[in-house]
Design a protein. Structure first.
Length: 135
C-alpha cells in the first residue's frame, strides 16, 4: 500500500484525522473542491451535516473515477463558511453519516478545516479537496 497514516506521540490526541501521511507511490490524484451538488440535479442540502455528507460522496466519486479511494488519500482540505468551533458537532455528524458508505477511514487522512467568509455559490456551506497517491 503506497500510503501509511500515523499520529506521532505528543501531537494533538484524539483528533478525528491522522496528523501524518507518508506516500511512496508515483501516481497522484488531485480531486478539485467538491460541494454538495446532487448527481440528479436536486437541490443541495440546506444544513451543514447534509452538505458535508454529500460533498464527501462527491469526493469519493472523483477518487473512484481515478481508480482510487479514501485509503489512498494523503491530504484533505475542507473549507467551511462562517466557521465557529460549535459547528464541529454538525460537521462530524455529516462525516459519520457517510463514512462507512464511502470507505472513509477513522481517523481520517490528514486534513485541514479552514473557515471562509463565503464560497463561490450562495447556499454552499462546505467544499472539500483531496489528494491521493497510488502505485
Amino acid at each position: 500500500m503506497p500510503v501509511t497514516l500515523s499520529s506521532p506521540d505528543d501531537m494533538l490526541p484524539n483528533a478525528p484525522y491522522h496528523h501524518v501521511a507518508v506516500a511512496t507511490g508515483t501516481r497522484q490524484v488531485h480531486v478539485a473542491g467538491q460541494v454538495a451538488h446532487m448527481p440528479d440535479g436536486a437541490s443541495i442540502p440546506a444544513d451543514l451535516a447534509g452538505q458535508v455528507s454529500q460533498a464527501l460522496r462527491n469526493v469519493a466519486r472523483g477518487l473512484a473515477g481515478a481508480d482510487a479511494s479514501f485509503r489512498d488519500v494523503v491530504r484533505m482540505t475542507v473549507y467551511v463558511t462562517d466557521w465557529h468551533p460549535e459547528k464541529i458537532e454538525a460537521f462530524m455528524a455529516g462525516v459519520h453519516a457517510v463514512a462507512q458508505e464511502i470507505g472513509l477511514p477513522s481517523p481520517m487522512p490528514p486534513a485541514s478545516l479552514i473557515g471562509v467568509e463565503m464560497l463561490y455559490e450562495p447556499g454552499v456551506l462546505v467544499e472539500i479537496e483531496a489528494t491521493a497517491v497510488l502505485d
